[in-house]
Write a protein that binds this ligand. Structure first.
Ligand SMILES: *[C@@H]1O[C@H](CO)[C@@H](O)[C@H](O)[C@H]1NC(C)=O
Ligand SMILES: *[C@@H]1O[C@H](CO)[C@@H](O)[C@H](O)[C@H]1NC(C)=O
Ligand SMILES: *[C@@H]1O[C@H](CO)[C@@H](O)[C@H](O)[C@H]1NC(C)=O
Ligand SMILES: *[C@@H]1O[C@H](CO)[C@@H](O)[C@H](O)[C@H]1NC(C)=O
Length: 458
């Protein structure tokens, strides 16, 4: 079992490294030690030999199962520690115990499967595993030359790949027929959300749990491939700069960001407050510091203009998104983009804390155009987005699943509370979620991770 695991983790890393190896040589010319390219070549040759004896299908199967067991064990550990806290001898503890029993049963089931797969792959010879072990040691040595962190990022990519495989696997088993929904998209109705296609930490690592990222659906000429990232770098609430990357890969690898500073202090007048930020037409729209305003920061001339929301609109964490167990701080305003431009969601006591939706007219300065009041209580919603003039709202189901359960059609005024579109989460909380009408993807920021999902239309 040990050697097979090594094999799985290792072969993927090796091949990618081989492809990029030559690029590394160039990049590393400036560093003190020369890159041992010959060593890499010989590992490559060894790997090709090993490769012939093991098919990638076998590896993937073992890989998925191993990951499954690992995940379950983590969950089990969490549940047990939760039980320890709860265990005051009452019913709640007993219920949790039952849940844990079920989890243990599932883990055993997975282990048995894994054992069976491993059993059928015993043709991996002893010499192969020794060779692999030595290759791994060599690779670890080579990794120390990896000043650009290419290997580290590739390892991360493999992890994403494994999780994707697992995800696809789950999708096949839990597909449900979608309910009929409203919508006026030329591509049909939103029926599903698939993915995540991307799940990774940003250059900031785990430092900032709150933030947003995305791609401008109406980019300025020359910025068509750019991606932006805003991390709330002060108290998980405020930000004073926008980070931009020239492409998705530079964002994922975390190289060459360009920071555009909105204000020298953080927080101060006009800085970003709260995570629900969007970029549209080369301008950043956000709730600005300490006021019921939508601010617009022009990325090209760096000017700031704003529009005030109606009197009594919640701000400074008064009328937030949330669920039973938690309110999501400083989510009073939620900016969204769709095919027609920019929208803002907010709430007022006059509307009983229910969601109000306004279209932001992009004039100079911006203004509010039409406004719709809904019966959707904002505190029961974890986030919203707009696609083709339909407002969608998500709710928290559990730490692995978020659900798009609500829609409001601005064309007909019709509300639905029975959508059942599930979003598979990788972390517990979603701090921001926005739809990009240009690539039809959902951009999610979740407990310091960024995720990308496909919005699937009928
Ligand atoms: C390993 O084998 C697969 C097919 O079996 C092939 O596509 C791949 O290029 C091989 N990799 C190396 C490094 O030889
Ligand atoms: C694992 O499989 C082997 C045969 O491949 C078997 O002898 C062994 O008992 C199995 N272990 C468990 C825990 O089922
Ligand atoms: C941003 O500034 C540029 C240069 O002044 C201007 O051409 C453009 O219209 C502005 N964009 C918005 C949305 O105000
Ligand atoms: C407000 O919305 C109406 C209806 O969609 C549209 O005709 C009008 O141009 C909009 N006004 C502004 C300032 O964008």
């Amino acid at each position: 079992m040990k050697s097979s695991e090594l094999l799985v983790v290792f072969l993927f890393a090796l091949f990618s490294q081989c492809v990029r190896g030559k690029g590394c040589v160039c990049k590393l010319k400036n560093s003190e030690k020369p890159f041992p390219a010959q060593k890499l070549e010989s590992i490559h040759t060894d790997a090709s030999k090993c490769n012939r004896s093991i098919s990638s299908g076998q590896m993937l199967e073992v890989d998925v199962l191993t990951l499954g067991v690992q995940r379950r064990l983590e969950q089990l550990a969490e549940s047990v520690s939760a039980l320890e806290i709860e265990d005051d001898g009452d019913l709640y503890g007993a219920v949790s115990l039952r849940v844990i029993e079920l989890e243990v049963a599932e883990v055993l089931e997975l282990m048995l499967k894994l054992n069976r797969s491993l059993g059928s792959h015993q043709q991996l010879s002893e010499s192969t595993s020794i060779k692999l072990q030595s290759m791994m040691e060599d690779m670890q040595e080579l990794e120390s030359f990896d000043h650009l962190h290419v290997v580290r990022k590739q390892l991360e990519n493999q992890r994403i790949r494994r999780e994707l495989a697992e995800c696809q696997h789950e999708l096949q088993t839990t597909d449900q027929p979608p309910t009929a929904q409203p919508g006026h998209c030329p591509q049909g109705q939103l029926v599903d959300v698939s993915g995540p296609r991307i799940y990774t930490l940003t250059q900031h690592g785990t430092s900032y749990a709150y933030g947003a990222w995305g791609k401008d659906p109406k980019p300025a000429p020359g910025k068509e491939n750019e991606y932006w990232l805003v991390a709330l770098t002060s108290s998980n609430v405020f930000a004073n700069y926008v980070r931009r990357y020239s492409s998705l890969s530079t964002l994922l690898v975390g190289v060459s960001p360009v920071d555009t500073v909105i204000a020298s202090g953080n927080p101060t007048t006009n800085t970003i407050q709260g995570p629900n930020v969007v970029m549209y037409d080369d301008a950043l729209y956000y709730n600005c510091y300490n006021g019921p305003y939508v601010c617009r920061f022009n990325m090209s001339d760096q000017s700031i203009s704003n529009v005030q929301l109606p009197p009594n609109t919640g701000f400074n964490s008064k009328l937030n998104f949330g669920h039973l167990a938690a309110a999501y701080g400083y989510t009073d305003l939620d900016l969204s983009t769709d095919e027609s431009g920019v929208w803002v969601v907010y709430a007022t006591p006059e509307n009983f804390g229910n969601v109000i939706l306004s279209k932001v007219a992009e004039g100079i300065p911006p203004s509010l155009n039409q406004t719709w009041q809904t019966s959707l209580h904002k505190r029961t919603v974890t986030n919203t987005f707009v696609a083709c003039g339909v407002l969608y709202a998500t709710r928290y189901l559990d730490k692995d699943q978020e659900e798009i359960f609500y829609s409001f059609d601005t064309e007909t005024g019709k509300e639905s509370y029975d959508l059942r579109i599930s979003i598979k989460k990788m972390q517990t909380n979603i701090q921001s979620l926005n739809y990009n009408p240009e690539d039809r993807k959902l951009y999610v920021y979740s407990d310091a991770y960024i995720l990308l999902y496909d919005a699937v239309f009928q």
